[in-house]
Design a protein around this ligand. Sequence first.
Ligand code: C2E
Ligand code: MG
Ligand code: MG
Ligand code: MG
Length: 291
Amino acid sequence: KQNGRGAAVTYTPDITVAFEAKKRAVLMIKSAISDGRLEPHYQPIIDLKSQKLRGVEALVRVRNTDGTLSGPADFWPALGEPQCSREIDEVMLELALRDFSLWKLCGLGIEFVSVNASTSCIRSSSYADRVLSKLDEYGLDPSELKIEVVESVFLGSESNDVRAVLERLSAEGVRIALDDFGTGYASLSHLRDYPINCIKIDKSFVSGLGQNGSNTAIVQALIGLGRSMKLEVITEGIETQGQLDFVSALGSDFGQGYLLARPMDAQALAQYATASPLPHPARDERALTAN
Ligand code: C2E
Ligand code: MG
Ligand code: MG
Ligand code: MG
Protein backbone atom coordinates (compact mmCIF):
# COMPACT_ATOMS: atom_id res chain seq x y z
CA LYS A 1 0.00 0.00 0.00
CA GLN A 2 2.96 2.27 0.55
CA ASN A 3 3.49 2.30 -3.22
CA GLY A 4 -0.04 3.52 -3.91
CA ARG A 5 -3.33 1.80 -4.57
CA GLY A 6 -3.26 -1.13 -6.89
CA ALA A 7 0.50 -1.14 -7.24
CA ALA A 8 2.03 -4.58 -7.61
CA VAL A 9 5.24 -5.46 -5.84
CA THR A 10 7.34 -8.52 -6.33
CA TYR A 11 7.49 -10.61 -3.20
CA THR A 12 10.94 -10.76 -1.66
CA PRO A 13 12.04 -12.13 1.73
CA ASP A 14 12.92 -8.52 2.65
CA ILE A 15 9.23 -7.66 2.71
CA THR A 16 8.55 -10.33 5.32
CA VAL A 17 11.51 -9.17 7.36
CA ALA A 18 10.32 -5.55 7.28
CA PHE A 19 6.78 -6.61 8.11
CA GLU A 20 7.92 -8.67 11.08
CA ALA A 21 10.11 -5.80 12.31
CA LYS A 22 7.19 -3.40 12.12
CA LYS A 23 4.92 -5.82 13.95
CA ARG A 24 7.50 -6.27 16.72
CA ALA A 25 8.04 -2.53 17.06
CA VAL A 26 4.32 -1.77 17.18
CA LEU A 27 3.79 -4.47 19.83
CA MET A 28 6.67 -3.08 21.86
CA ILE A 29 5.09 0.37 21.83
CA LYS A 30 1.55 -0.86 22.52
CA SER A 31 2.63 -2.81 25.56
CA ALA A 32 4.82 0.08 26.76
CA ILE A 33 1.90 2.46 26.50
CA SER A 34 -0.54 0.16 28.26
CA ASP A 35 1.97 -0.58 31.10
CA GLY A 36 2.98 3.06 31.47
CA ARG A 37 6.55 2.35 30.34
CA LEU A 38 6.77 5.16 27.80
CA GLU A 39 9.13 7.71 29.27
CA PRO A 40 10.04 11.12 27.91
CA HIS A 41 13.68 12.05 28.16
CA TYR A 42 14.59 15.69 27.84
CA GLN A 43 17.47 17.25 25.97
CA PRO A 44 18.43 20.79 26.96
CA ILE A 45 18.23 23.53 24.33
CA ILE A 46 20.84 26.14 25.12
CA ASP A 47 20.84 29.84 24.30
CA LEU A 48 24.14 30.26 22.51
CA LYS A 49 24.54 33.92 23.49
CA SER A 50 23.93 33.59 27.21
CA GLN A 51 24.89 29.89 27.48
CA LYS A 52 21.69 29.45 29.48
CA LEU A 53 19.22 26.60 29.42
CA ARG A 54 16.12 27.96 27.72
CA GLY A 55 14.04 24.95 26.77
CA VAL A 56 14.00 21.18 26.44
CA GLU A 57 13.00 18.74 23.73
CA ALA A 58 10.99 15.71 24.83
CA LEU A 59 12.28 12.52 23.18
CA VAL A 60 10.45 9.22 23.47
CA ARG A 61 12.03 6.31 25.34
CA VAL A 62 10.71 2.91 26.36
CA ARG A 63 11.57 1.56 29.79
CA ASN A 64 11.93 -2.15 29.09
CA THR A 65 10.65 -4.69 31.60
CA ASP A 66 14.28 -5.55 32.49
CA GLY A 67 14.91 -1.91 33.40
CA THR A 68 16.97 -1.02 30.32
CA LEU A 69 16.07 1.85 28.05
CA SER A 70 15.23 1.82 24.34
CA GLY A 71 15.18 4.78 21.99
CA PRO A 72 13.61 5.39 18.57
CA ALA A 73 16.37 3.43 16.81
CA ASP A 74 15.01 0.30 18.57
CA PHE A 75 11.41 0.82 17.42
CA TRP A 76 11.84 2.98 14.34
CA PRO A 77 9.16 1.16 12.23
CA ALA A 78 6.55 2.01 14.89
CA LEU A 79 7.18 5.73 14.38
CA GLY A 80 6.42 5.21 10.71
CA GLU A 81 3.07 3.62 11.47
CA PRO A 82 0.51 6.48 11.51
CA GLN A 83 -1.76 5.11 14.22
CA CYS A 84 1.11 4.08 16.46
CA SER A 85 3.07 7.30 16.12
CA ARG A 86 -0.10 9.23 16.92
CA GLU A 87 -0.52 7.27 20.12
CA ILE A 88 3.11 7.88 21.05
CA ASP A 89 2.71 11.59 20.44
CA GLU A 90 -0.46 11.85 22.53
CA VAL A 91 1.19 10.13 25.50
CA MET A 92 4.36 12.18 25.09
CA LEU A 93 2.39 15.43 24.99
CA GLU A 94 0.60 14.53 28.20
CA LEU A 95 3.78 13.48 30.03
CA ALA A 96 5.83 16.41 28.76
CA LEU A 97 3.21 18.95 29.82
CA ARG A 98 2.88 17.25 33.20
CA ASP A 99 6.65 17.34 33.80
CA PHE A 100 6.93 20.89 32.53
CA SER A 101 4.13 22.10 34.80
CA LEU A 102 5.96 20.57 37.79
CA TRP A 103 9.23 22.27 36.82
CA LYS A 104 7.32 25.50 36.52
CA LEU A 105 5.87 25.07 40.01
CA CYS A 106 9.40 24.44 41.29
CA GLY A 107 10.56 27.66 39.62
CA LEU A 108 13.20 26.00 37.45
CA GLY A 109 13.01 28.82 34.93
CA ILE A 110 12.76 26.63 31.82
CA GLU A 111 10.90 28.67 29.21
CA PHE A 112 9.51 26.02 26.90
CA VAL A 113 9.08 22.34 26.22
CA SER A 114 9.22 21.04 22.68
CA VAL A 115 7.41 17.91 21.51
CA ASN A 116 7.74 16.05 18.23
CA ALA A 117 4.49 15.67 16.33
CA SER A 118 4.31 13.07 13.61
CA THR A 119 2.69 14.02 10.34
CA SER A 120 -0.34 11.84 11.07
CA CYS A 121 -0.97 13.85 14.25
CA ILE A 122 -0.92 17.18 12.47
CA ARG A 123 -3.22 15.81 9.79
CA SER A 124 -5.88 15.01 12.35
CA SER A 125 -8.23 17.99 12.40
CA SER A 126 -8.94 17.69 16.14
CA TYR A 127 -5.24 17.81 17.05
CA ALA A 128 -5.17 21.55 17.72
CA ASP A 129 -8.14 21.28 20.10
CA ARG A 130 -6.56 18.40 21.97
CA VAL A 131 -3.29 20.29 22.40
CA LEU A 132 -5.00 23.46 23.54
CA SER A 133 -7.20 21.66 26.05
CA LYS A 134 -4.15 19.82 27.48
CA LEU A 135 -2.36 23.15 27.93
CA ASP A 136 -5.42 24.43 29.69
CA GLU A 137 -5.65 21.36 31.89
CA TYR A 138 -2.05 21.88 33.08
CA GLY A 139 -2.47 25.64 33.44
CA LEU A 140 0.22 26.38 30.88
CA ASP A 141 0.52 29.25 28.49
CA PRO A 142 0.49 28.15 24.80
CA SER A 143 3.80 29.99 24.29
CA GLU A 144 5.42 27.49 26.64
CA LEU A 145 4.88 24.72 24.11
CA LYS A 146 6.77 24.23 20.89
CA ILE A 147 5.64 21.62 18.38
CA GLU A 148 8.23 20.14 16.05
CA VAL A 149 6.95 19.05 12.65
CA VAL A 150 8.89 17.55 9.77
CA GLU A 151 8.82 18.68 6.17
CA SER A 152 6.62 15.79 5.03
CA VAL A 153 3.59 17.49 6.67
CA PHE A 154 3.48 19.72 3.62
CA LEU A 155 3.14 16.81 1.23
CA GLY A 156 -0.08 15.24 0.10
CA SER A 157 -3.66 16.20 -0.38
CA GLU A 158 -4.30 17.05 3.28
CA SER A 159 -2.19 20.21 3.12
CA ASN A 160 -5.23 22.43 3.70
CA ASP A 161 -6.09 20.59 6.93
CA VAL A 162 -2.47 20.86 7.98
CA ARG A 163 -2.52 24.59 7.42
CA ALA A 164 -5.71 24.95 9.47
CA VAL A 165 -4.26 22.97 12.37
CA LEU A 166 -0.98 24.88 12.37
CA GLU A 167 -2.71 28.23 12.02
CA ARG A 168 -5.06 27.51 14.89
CA LEU A 169 -2.19 26.47 17.18
CA SER A 170 -0.11 29.42 16.12
CA ALA A 171 -2.95 31.90 16.59
CA GLU A 172 -3.24 30.69 20.19
CA GLY A 173 0.48 31.25 20.72
CA VAL A 174 1.91 27.73 20.35
CA ARG A 175 5.30 27.86 18.61
CA ILE A 176 5.89 25.73 15.53
CA ALA A 177 9.36 24.45 14.62
CA LEU A 178 10.40 22.79 11.38
CA ASP A 179 12.57 19.85 12.45
CA ASP A 180 15.42 18.28 10.44
CA PHE A 181 15.27 21.30 8.19
CA GLY A 182 16.93 20.82 4.84
CA THR A 183 16.65 17.03 4.72
CA GLY A 184 13.08 16.67 3.46
CA TYR A 185 10.83 18.07 0.82
CA ALA A 186 10.03 21.54 2.09
CA SER A 187 10.22 24.27 -0.43
CA LEU A 188 11.23 27.66 0.86
CA SER A 189 7.73 28.90 0.14
CA HIS A 190 6.47 26.73 3.02
CA LEU A 191 8.45 28.90 5.41
CA ARG A 192 6.61 31.88 4.03
CA ASP A 193 3.14 30.37 3.73
CA TYR A 194 2.82 28.41 6.96
CA PRO A 195 3.08 29.77 10.50
CA ILE A 196 6.59 28.48 11.20
CA ASN A 197 8.48 30.27 14.00
CA CYS A 198 11.61 28.24 14.15
CA ILE A 199 13.88 26.02 12.06
CA LYS A 200 15.99 23.21 13.44
CA ILE A 201 19.08 22.57 11.37
CA ASP A 202 19.60 18.85 11.02
CA LYS A 203 22.55 17.18 12.64
CA SER A 204 23.57 15.52 9.38
CA PHE A 205 24.77 18.92 8.13
CA VAL A 206 26.42 19.80 11.42
CA SER A 207 28.48 16.62 11.68
CA GLY A 208 30.49 17.41 8.56
CA LEU A 209 31.24 21.03 9.48
CA GLY A 210 34.83 22.00 8.88
CA GLN A 211 35.73 18.76 7.04
CA ASN A 212 33.13 19.05 4.32
CA GLY A 213 32.88 22.28 2.35
CA SER A 214 29.33 21.63 1.17
CA ASN A 215 28.01 21.02 4.68
CA THR A 216 29.69 24.19 5.84
CA ALA A 217 28.05 26.15 3.04
CA ILE A 218 24.65 24.59 3.75
CA VAL A 219 24.74 25.36 7.48
CA GLN A 220 25.87 28.90 6.75
CA ALA A 221 23.06 29.39 4.23
CA LEU A 222 20.37 27.88 6.50
CA ILE A 223 21.33 30.00 9.49
CA GLY A 224 21.42 33.07 7.24
CA LEU A 225 18.02 32.22 5.79
CA GLY A 226 16.49 31.73 9.23
CA ARG A 227 17.91 34.99 10.51
CA SER A 228 16.82 37.06 7.57
CA MET A 229 13.32 35.60 7.78
CA LYS A 230 13.29 36.41 11.53
CA LEU A 231 12.91 32.75 12.41
CA GLU A 232 14.44 31.31 15.50
CA VAL A 233 17.32 29.00 14.56
CA ILE A 234 18.20 25.91 16.58
CA THR A 235 21.23 23.89 15.50
CA GLU A 236 21.02 20.21 16.39
CA GLY A 237 23.68 17.59 16.89
CA ILE A 238 26.49 19.82 18.18
CA GLU A 239 29.19 17.40 19.29
CA THR A 240 32.43 19.39 19.16
CA GLN A 241 33.69 22.78 20.33
CA GLY A 242 34.55 23.62 16.72
CA GLN A 243 30.94 23.06 15.62
CA LEU A 244 29.66 25.09 18.56
CA ASP A 245 31.99 28.01 17.80
CA PHE A 246 31.09 27.94 14.11
CA VAL A 247 27.29 28.00 14.51
CA SER A 248 27.51 30.53 17.35
CA ALA A 249 29.55 32.88 15.20
CA LEU A 250 27.02 32.57 12.39
CA GLY A 251 24.24 33.59 14.75
CA SER A 252 22.33 30.39 15.49
CA ASP A 253 20.13 31.37 18.43
CA PHE A 254 20.06 28.00 20.13
CA GLY A 255 22.12 24.86 20.21
CA GLN A 256 21.33 21.29 21.05
CA GLY A 257 23.77 18.40 21.10
CA TYR A 258 25.82 15.94 23.09
CA LEU A 259 28.56 18.53 23.71
CA LEU A 260 26.06 20.74 25.52
CA ALA A 261 23.91 18.06 27.18
CA ARG A 262 22.51 14.62 26.48
CA PRO A 263 18.86 13.70 26.77
CA MET A 264 18.06 12.72 30.38
CA ASP A 265 15.08 11.69 32.44
CA ALA A 266 12.79 14.23 34.10
CA GLN A 267 14.44 13.99 37.48
CA ALA A 268 17.94 14.41 36.07
CA LEU A 269 16.74 17.35 34.01
CA ALA A 270 15.39 19.05 37.12
CA GLN A 271 18.80 18.55 38.79
CA TYR A 272 20.57 19.82 35.70
CA ALA A 273 18.39 22.93 35.60
CA THR A 274 19.04 23.72 39.24
CA ALA A 275 22.65 22.67 39.45
CA SER A 276 24.11 23.10 35.93
CA PRO A 277 26.79 22.90 34.51
CA LEU A 278 26.71 19.11 34.09
CA PRO A 279 24.07 16.45 34.62
CA HIS A 280 24.82 13.55 36.91
CA PRO A 281 26.64 11.07 34.66
CA ALA A 282 24.78 8.06 36.04
CA ARG A 283 21.42 9.39 35.01
CA ASP A 284 22.06 10.75 31.57
CA GLU A 285 22.14 8.63 28.47
CA ARG A 286 25.83 7.94 28.00
CA ALA A 287 24.98 4.27 28.48
CA LEU A 288 22.19 4.15 25.90
CA THR A 289 23.82 2.17 23.13
CA ALA A 290 21.13 2.99 20.58
CA ASN A 291 22.43 6.55 20.33
P1 C2E B 1 14.80 14.63 16.29
O1 C2E B 1 13.48 15.15 16.69
O2 C2E B 1 15.55 15.35 15.25
O3 C2E B 1 15.62 14.55 17.65
C1 C2E B 1 17.00 14.71 17.77
C2 C2E B 1 17.70 13.39 17.85
O4 C2E B 1 19.12 13.60 17.85
C3 C2E B 1 17.45 12.63 19.16
O5 C2E B 1 17.53 11.25 18.85
C4 C2E B 1 18.64 13.04 20.02
O6 C2E B 1 18.92 12.13 21.06
C5 C2E B 1 19.72 13.03 18.98
N1 C2E B 1 20.85 13.89 19.33
C6 C2E B 1 20.88 14.98 20.11
N2 C2E B 1 22.09 15.52 20.16
C7 C2E B 1 22.88 14.74 19.38
C8 C2E B 1 24.29 14.81 19.03
O7 C2E B 1 25.04 15.66 19.45
N3 C2E B 1 24.73 13.82 18.19
C9 C2E B 1 23.92 12.84 17.71
N4 C2E B 1 24.46 11.93 16.90
N5 C2E B 1 22.61 12.77 18.02
C10 C2E B 1 22.11 13.72 18.85
P2 C2E B 1 16.42 10.22 19.34
O8 C2E B 1 15.94 10.58 20.69
O9 C2E B 1 16.96 8.87 19.09
O10 C2E B 1 15.24 10.51 18.35
C11 C2E B 1 15.36 10.27 16.98
C12 C2E B 1 14.17 10.79 16.24
O11 C2E B 1 13.00 10.08 16.64
C13 C2E B 1 13.85 12.24 16.54
O12 C2E B 1 14.68 13.10 15.80
C14 C2E B 1 12.40 12.30 16.09
O13 C2E B 1 12.33 12.38 14.68
C15 C2E B 1 11.90 10.94 16.52
N6 C2E B 1 11.22 11.08 17.83
C16 C2E B 1 11.74 11.12 19.08
N7 C2E B 1 10.77 11.26 20.00
C17 C2E B 1 9.60 11.33 19.31
C18 C2E B 1 8.22 11.48 19.70
O14 C2E B 1 7.84 11.60 20.87
N8 C2E B 1 7.29 11.50 18.70
C19 C2E B 1 7.66 11.39 17.37
N9 C2E B 1 6.68 11.42 16.46
N10 C2E B 1 8.93 11.25 16.98
C20 C2E B 1 9.89 11.21 17.93
MG1 MG C 1 12.75 16.98 17.14
MG1 MG D 1 15.84 17.01 14.26
MG1 MG E 1 15.78 13.42 13.22
